[in-house]
Design a protein around this ligand. Structure first.
Ligand code: F6R
Length: 262
């Protein structure tokens, strides 16, 4: 089962991720970070950027792979995931842009881009620490309900729910949100050595409960985390509100031995 940590704020969750990522970078300076876009990881990236700056951590050899990209959206568009990763991760952390990869959503080459992306992750030695958000429909990456739990990186069709959720990044206009994407598959994500899923707000409560305490089902793609040997779910009280074992998770974290890291 995933470890579940219930925090008081996104900032506290961000600091827990930052501790973990900073330790990783110190012990493995050329580590591979798995990167997500969206709102959920923003506090975590800010906390890591502050840690890198305050502690003078050398990030010059850190590598990164993003989860997904919209299909057919110009990478220079401010809401492309290439631009988003540059703005929220590469620049604040001071990473080398040449070492950070985002799936290529160019329609002319997209048919082969998935296999090439998985091969590039493998050639890099695999992802060490993958940060994840979760959609209100239970997606991770852009693996919408029904996605194969063994899938590799490939093209997917976004659900209307996801396009409505993401319209906030496109001035509220759902018709501006692309209909398709290229995303790491669930099988790709599960190969990462450690997964950290972040979720905040009541809107995520149902998806979080399905993920952690429901059955493993492609209908809730995030439930595949139950198959991973080292997955941590860091959420706030609102996102935890539908968990049956909430008190147990809190007790376990409050009484966690000092020798046990996340
Ligand atoms: C983004 C991604 C998505 C988001 C999810 C939650 O790269 O892969 O799975 O993590 O849609 O988005 P937010 O965090 O904006 O609620």
């Amino acid at each position: 089962m995933a470890e579940v940590i219930i925090t008081e704020s996104e900032d506290e969750a961000g600091r827990i991720y930052a501790d973990c990522a900073a330790n990783l970078i110190r012990t493995k300076p050329d580590c591979v970070l798995g990167l997500a876009t969206g709102s959920s990881p923003l506090a975590a990236y800010q906390a890591l950027a502050a840690r890198v700056k305050d502690d003078g951590i050398d990030v010059s050899r850190v590598r990164g792979f993003a989860l997904d990209e919209y299909a057919g959206l110009d990478p220079r568009h401010p809401q492309s995931y290439r631009s988003t990763i540059e703005r929220t991760v590469i620049e604040p952390l001071g990473l080398d842009p040449a070492k950070v990869h985002v799936p290529n959503g160019n329609l002319e080459t997209i048919a082969d881009a998935g296999h090439e992306y998985d091969a590039a992750i493998e050639a890099a030695g695999g992802v060490d620490l993958q940060i994840l958000g979760i959609g209100t429909d239970g997606h991770i990456g852009f693996n919408e309900p029904g996605s194969s739990l063994a899938s590799g990186t490939r093209i997917k069709t976004l659900t209307e729910r996801t396009r409505i959720d993401n319209a906030r990044f496109f001035d509220g206009a759902i018709d501006q949100v692309p209909t398709h994407c290229i995303t790491q598959g669930i099988g790709t994500i599960l190969k990462a050595r450690q997964l950290v899923l972040l979720a905040f707000g009541a809107g995520k409560a149902e998806a979080v409960a399905e993920t952690v305490e429901g059955g493993i089902s492609s209908f809730c793609p995030a439930s595949a985390l139950q198959l991973h040997p080292h997955a941590t779910v860091i959420i706030d009280e609102a996102a935890a509100s539908r968990l049956r074992n909430r008190d147990y998770y809190k007790w376990a974290y409050a009484n966690k031995p000092s020798w046990q890291s996340i």
